[in-house]
Write a protein that binds this ligand. Sequence first.
Ligand SMILES: Nc1ncnc2c1ncn2[C@@H]1O[C@H](COP(=O)(O)OP(=O)(O)O)[C@@H](O)[C@H]1O
Ligand SMILES: [Mg+2]
Length: 256
Amino acid sequence: MEPSVTPAAPKVVREPALATFANVESAPLPSATIARLTSVTKIYEAEEGASVKALNAVDLTLRQRDFAVLVGASGSGKSTLLNVLGTLDRPSRGEVHIAGVDVTEQTDKVLSRLRLKSLGFIFQSFNLIEVLSVYENVEYPMVLAGAKAAEARQRVEWLIEEVGLTAHRHHRVTHLSGGQRQRVAVARALANSPALILADEPTANLDSKTGDAILSLMNRLNDTEHATFLIATHDPKVMSHAKRTITIADGVVSES
Ligand SMILES: Nc1ncnc2c1ncn2[C@@H]1O[C@H](COP(=O)(O)OP(=O)(O)O)[C@@H](O)[C@H]1O
Ligand SMILES: [Mg+2]
């Protein structure tokens, strides 16, 4: 064990019965595997018979504690890959396993529960709830997952401290800068201690200094929370933070 320099993160108790990453040990895949795409093809059918193959026979395995960057030009299939991995969209062909569960066979209700408890999303447009404070935005996924406000408090306060917004915790998010809003989004994505965090161009709307700070923050939380990150970007600078670089071009994934 490496000595830990940061105090352990407070975690909200999970419901044990749910088929999520909590029982990753019992999954048929090796325990270190968090998610796997097998021969995943995604075809968007457009009008007048035209169609776009956004993902072309993609094989990809994400393991516990990966900090992977998905690099590709605009239109190369990054968002489609994240949406399919995040169970927001279904593949046309192929299999998507998350913690050993074939998610293509699950109902929407099961998938929404899986997303809430086990996946974290960070978008380029932040997607915060404007009428809520910093504190309430971070707390929201925990309350949705059934945590009592009192149980959640310690973790919400810890996350807000980690992203450096304690002084702003009771401010409405509309009063924050872009970089501060994205820090709230990072804290919110980590609220339910998800095993996999999917970030879609999280620095696209930030200046490069603020973007660097957000990337360093995610890097640090990858260390302290042991969560797996997959970060889509077409910004080559983001690659300098990667422990793993996955390239996508015309829906075909490769890794050097
Ligand atoms: N809902 C959709 N309907 C039709 N085509 C789509 C849709 N979403 C994405 N595409 C197409 O699929 C390809 C990959 O898009 P996307 O995954 O958004 O790429 P990226 O995120 O790398 O910019 C592009 O050609 C895009 O135009
Ligand atoms: Mg995109």
